[in-house]
Design a protein around this ligand. Structure first.
Ligand code: IVH
Length: 663
């Protein structure tokens, strides 16, 4: 589970921060699904920081300079139903110590990305994401591209410093248009408008300006720079409007709690009519003086609440139930649906997770089903509408043979997952090759998904070692493969043979052996493959961080004659690594990151900086390339800084570095 979490987080970073996803959304979904399955089966192992627990939360930080929010950006407490909302209204009435019913402002809850805009002397100075509420990321350059963000306030005598807060959203129409264009360009569509909006703001490379220009900013709060005489939230909204900000039209004054309830019902009925994604209503005590009296909790104000809409559902028909085969051979049934529009996206697939799940819900082909989308979770089949079941349908069963290679599938006792056991299954092979080619494993430049598909389908590769047996002629026979690319790939393959033991282990694709475990094994066995292959379970279990499941998996991998033969072939093809690994840390805040230093730092020498980065798991190289994660620039930086800027690689100052180091 830890491996999966690390892997998912790495993909999040690639997707959100580097704009360089290595896997399709579907593959990402599959990883998440695998994690969810494990968590469902072992709730005691559920980590509170698991990505399943914070879908849509801000992705890892560090790529942008941080900005402190002088006034913290609080979040809102949620009421999931009417009862919780009524309890809120009563509580506030009591805390406010007022006899007359309190007045509220009702606002649609916009499902986008919260941002803060700082204006100095009326000019936009900094725009930042909410981040953790105290510190966000400086995304000014991207925000400046949004046409609905005024660069200067429409105000003759603006306050010296103003903090406007609001939501950046991507209207449904723009979302659909962008996705159409992405599909046409062969790119994966965005999952939902919120992700597309948040991702747009955090772009670092190949900035997609069309996406930024489609964003809309809606203002809802003024945290600094309230003009004299502004005494209520309603006046705040009016001020924001007069300064040139877009404020959601549907905001309304609710003179008492009953009116607030009615407002919520009205918005719920109108939710489909909004041009943007709205996932609830927000109520704020109108009087600013009473807001202050009622006060704040550490994370959220006591004077406001978000009342959530129930997740959106729709009914559609199951056209087929297909089975996907993942990297570990896991078979996942997927319902192919007649496309249906739910909560701002068109859904045509829904995961059915596994055999038990299909049985429990008894989903059959041609059934009418209720599908639901909540947040950016993958669509789910909630239930079957049995009254609409046509005659002659049959219970669905997991196929006995792998749909890709025809091997008999297995389901182990106590496991929810059915697997294809064939290590040479093309589905697994493709996935394995993909896994091997990526950075962190053998790092084979130019070996992407499409090429892998071609190589496997053309029968050029049936097992990993075939990859290293490829020659130019074999490659030149492929579609769209020119001399140059063929030579480049051969060279990349040659380069990748010089590896590290841990990377070699990752490349073998042993179940449960991902980056972290590979590193532990590599260090323990000091690069001695024979010793590792011969190690019995008890010896492996003594390796720190290796438990019985991992040990078992390693032993059974090497017990398989075919795997041993494959390892031998790889060795003979010249895959090599230094004995006794360098002891650089692999965990730590900079694990897997490459940094370049330029200029003079204040508080430490270059050597010290290098040592500290390495101690935090990072690597320091001397030249800036596309693979550099950060450039740290001190005083009088050299040409490396210019190159970093050209390649749009995030540049940090010393403080930024210290922050990354967690100092
Ligand atoms: S007011 C102190 N108003 O919801 C009040 N927030 O869970 C905090 N949001 O971070 C913000 N619509 O990004 C406010 N009309 C609205 C909102 C809204 C959406 C977001 C905002 C905030 C999150 C809180």
């Amino acid at each position: 589970m830890d491996e999966l979490i690390r892997e998912i987080e790495r993909h999040n970073e690639l997707y959100y921060l580097r704009d360089e996803p290595e896997v399709s959304d579907a593959e990402w979904d599959a990883l998440l699904r695998e994690l969810q399955e494990l968590e469902a089966a072992h709730p005691e192992l559920l980590r509170p920081d698991s990505p399943t627990q914070r879908l849509g939360a801000s992705p890892p930080t560090g790529a942008f300079p941080t900005v402190e929010h002088r006034v913290p950006m609080l979040s809102l407490d949620n009421a999931m139903n009417e009862g919780e909302f009524l309890a809120f209204l009563e509580r506030v009435q009591r805390l406010a110590e007022q006899d007359a019913p309190l007045e509220y402002v009702g606002e649609p809850k916009l499902d986008g990305a919260g941002v803060e805009l700082i204006y100095r002397a009326g000019r936009l100075e900094v725009g930042s994401t909410r981040g953790d509420g105290r510190k966000g990321e400086d995304v000014t350059a991207n925000l400046r591209q949004c046409p609905t963000i005024p660069l200067t306030l429409h105000c003759d005598t603006p306050p010296q410093r103003v903090s406007v807060r609001g939501e950046v959203v991507l209207p449904h129409k723009a979302f659909e248009r962008l996705n159409r264009l992405r599909r046409e360009a062969g790119l994966d569509p965005f999952v939902n408008p919120r992700n597309a909006a948040a991702g747009a703001l955090r772009q670092l490379h190949n900035i997609d300006r069309a996406r930024l220009r489609s964003l809309e900013f809606r203002a809802y709060a003024l945290a600094e720079g309230k003009p004299q005489g502004v005494q209520s939230q309603w006046q705040v909204l009016e001020t924001l409007r007069s300064w040139g900000f877009g404020v959601t039209e549907q905001c309304a004054r609710c003179p008492d709690p009953a009116a607030a309830l009615a407002y919520h019902q009205r918005m719920l009925a109108a939710r489909e009519d909004f041009p943007i994604e709205v996932d609830g209503t927000v109520f704020k005590v109108n009087s600013l003086a009473l807001q202050e009296k009622v006060g704040n909790l550490p994370r959220s104000p006591r004077w406001a609440i978000a009342v959530k809409f129930p997740p959106q559902q729709a009914t559609t028909v199951v056209e087929a139930i297909e089975v996907n085969v993942g990297r570990t051979g896991a078979l996942t049934p997927v319902a192919k649906l007649e496309p249906v529009f739910v909560g701002g996206v068109t859904v045509s697939n829904a995961s059915l997770h596994n055999q038990d799940e299909v049985e429990r819900k008894d989903v059959r082909v041609r059934d009418t089903v209720v599908v639901q989308r909540a947040g950016d979770v993958i669509p789910q089949v909630v239930k079957v509408v049995e009254s609409k079941r046509p005659k002659g349908t049959r219970r669905w069963k997991m196929p006995a043979a792998c749909p890709v290679c025809g091997s008999e599938v297995v389901r182990l006792e106590g496991e929810a997952v059915t697997r294809c056991p064939n290590l040479d299954c093309p589905a697994q092979l493709k996935n394995n090759l993909f896994h091997i080619a990526r950075r962190g494993a053998l790092d084979i430049e130019g070996l992407g998904e499409k090429l892998i598909d071609q190589l496997v389908e053309a029968g050029r590769i049936a097992r990993i070692s075939d990859l290293f047996a490829l020659d130019r002629d074999a490659l030149l026979g492929l579609e769209r493969m020119g001399e140059k690319s063929a030579t480049n790939l051969i060279e990349a393959l040659e380069r990748s043979k010089d590896t590290r033991f841990s990377r070699f282990l990752i490349a073998l694709g042993i179940r449960h052996v991902g980056e972290g475990v590979a590193e532990l094994l590599a260090r323990h066995f000091g690069g001695d493959l024979d010793a590792l292959m011969a190690a019995p379970k008890e010896v492996l279990e003594r390796v720190e961080g290796v438990g019985p499941t991992i040990a078992e998996s390693v032993v059974s991998f090497f017990a398989d004659r075919r795997n041993r033969a494959e390892v031998e072939r790889l060795r003979q093809q010249g895959l090599r690594w230094p004995r006794s690994e360098p002891t650089a840390a692999v965990s730590g805040p900079l694990a897997g990151k490459t940094l370049v230093l330029t200029g003079t730092l204040d508080g430490m020498t270059r050597e010290e900086a290098k040592e500290r980065i390495e101690a935090a798991g990072g690597r320091v190289t001397s030249s800036v390339s596309k693979k550099t994660h950060y450039v740290v620039a001190g005083a009088e930086p050299g040409s490396k800084l210019a190159r970093a800027e050209k390649l749009e690689i995030p540049v940090l100052d010393e403080a930024g570095l210290l922050e990354l180091l967690g100092a």
